[in-house]
Each structure stands twice: as C-alpha cells, then as structure tokens.
Design a binder for this molecule. Structure first.
Ligand code: DQA
Length: 147
C-alpha cells in the first residue's frame, strides 16, 4: 500500500525565504523547510509533496487537485492568509486535516495580520515557531491522521 500523501502548500513571497526579512522569518530557505518537512513526514510514514505559488488561483487549483488524492494539507498561505476567501472556500471542500502554518506569529504583528480567513477551515494553526514549525506541523498532521 502506498504511503498517505501530505501536501505542503507555500504562498506568495515564501520563495524568497532566506533573503526576505530574515529577522522576522529566519535565515533558512524554503528548500530547507521543505527538506525538514519531508524528513518529518517520512518519520511518520507519510509522503510529502510541496508546491509554492505566488498566485492565488494556482493555490486554489492545487487544493482542488489534492481532493481525494492527499490525506492532509499543510498550508502557509503567506499574505493570502489575511484576505483570500477563494483559498478559504477551496480548503472548505477538502475532506482531510488542514494545518495552517506560519513562521512568524501574525497575532503579535500588525493589526491587518490578526485576521486569518484560513483559520475557520483549518484543523489547527502552528505559528511563531520559525523553522521548527515545519516539524511541528507534520507531527500534528500525523497525529490527526491517526485519530
Ligand atoms: C507568514 C505571515 C504572513 O502575515 C506574511 O504575509 C507571510 C508569511 C508567516 O509565515 O509568518 O508572507 O505567513
């Protein structure tokens, strides 16, 4: 039997991690976070797929393509977190666990980051733990899939 697939989705500007505001987001690149997530997934008998996009519609389509194929979604929607209702609606059609992931803690930042339109359709949120969040999100995903 093949391993359950976890889709890791990365939103806009996360391709610039490592160069972008390292004091807020850390020094690691997205590729390094992906490698951390892959390792954590493998330790739980899960296969990780990763997709990054700067385009809302591409993320919506990736969520659609995950329906019936992936067991769970871990998503760092970047700034789409705060206003992209199309991503909210797409995630609402996904049957498995959804983990919202942020490197920083948006609740401790500017007021416009305090709203998440993803949170109402997420199983839970991992935020503010920097690079560690990728492992925590995969651990949480595995725990939810075991339930
Ligand atoms: C982020 C937080 C968002 O507010 C921001 O727009 C990002 C990154 C995070 O990982 O901390 O692009 O999602």
């Amino acid at each position: 039997m093949s391993e359950p697939i976890v889709l890791l989705l990365s939103g806009p500007n996360l391709n610039l991690l490592g160069q972008r505001d390292p004091e807020v987001y850390g020094a690691q690149t997205l590729q390094e976070h992906q490698a951390t997530a892959e390792k954590a997934a493998a330790a739980h008998g899960l296969t990780l797929e990763h997709q990054q996009s700067n385009h809302e519609g591409e993320l919506v389509e990736a969520i659609h393509a995950a329906r019936g194929r992936c067991a769970a979604i871990v998503i760092n929607p970047g700034a789409f977190t705060h206003y992209a209702w199309a991503i909210h609606d797409a995630l609402a059609t996904f049957e498995g666990p959804i983990i919202e992931l942020h490197l920083s803690n948006p609740a401790a930042r500017e007021p416009w980051r305090h709203t998440s339109v993803v949170a109402p359709v997420a199983s839970g949120t991992v935020a503010g733990f920097g690079a560690l969040g990728y492992r925590l999100a995969l651990d949480a995903t595995a725990a939810l899939l075991k339930q």
